[in-house]
Design a protein around this ligand. Structure first.
Ligand SMILES: [Zn+2]
Length: 160
């Protein structure tokens, strides 16, 4: 999908803000004039307007927090992971997914339960659960950990 400016030139994806797992804001700049446009929507919607690999502001922030000598390595690692996975947009979720790759395994039963999580929040849930596993020193996500994660997520959602 391509978006055009009112001047007729193509708009190019320049920056992405992650507001929530269901809401993203993509800033597009005109390639000919000084016009800017913001497209808001779900990740799969705004991804259609992104032609080249684009880091979200929040994803870039994760990268900026690393020491400079690791930053370059991590950037390459994450970008090659994203390219293999076919995602042009590098969000915080993709960043952590790439970083955690190979470090946390999923027990088959836990994997089945992950598949039952609605697609809109699955990648976020996966990252969050893997983070919990790493924090607890586990090398595998078990059903017990998923129960714990579920209680934690529901607790978060239940708070006013
Ligand atoms: Zn224009």
């Amino acid at each position: 999908m391509k978006a055009r400016c009112c001047c007729g030139a193509l708009l190019e994806a320049k920056a992405l803000e992650e507001e929530s797992p269901l809401s993203y804001h993509l800033h597009l700049g005109c390639t000919a004039c000084a016009n800017w446009v913001t497209a808001s929507g779900r990740l799969e919607e705004i991804t259609q307007l992104v032609e080249r690999t684009l880091w979200s502001n929040e994803g870039r922030h994760e990268l900026d927090r690393l020491p400079p000598y690791i930053e370059l390595l991590v950037r390459e690692e994450v970008e090659s992971y994203a390219a293999q996975a076919g995602c042009r947009v590098i969000t915080v979720a993709v960043f952590h997914e790439a970083r955690n790759r190979g470090r946390v395994a999923w027990a088959p039963a836990a994997k089945d339960r992950l598949a039952n999580i609605p697609p809109q929040i699955r990648s976020m849930a996966k990252v969050e659960i893997e983070r919990m596993a790493i924090e607890q020193g586990l090398s595998e996500v078990t059903e017990a950990l998923m129960d714990e994660a579920k209680a934690k997520f529901l607790g978060m959602r239940g708070r006013p």
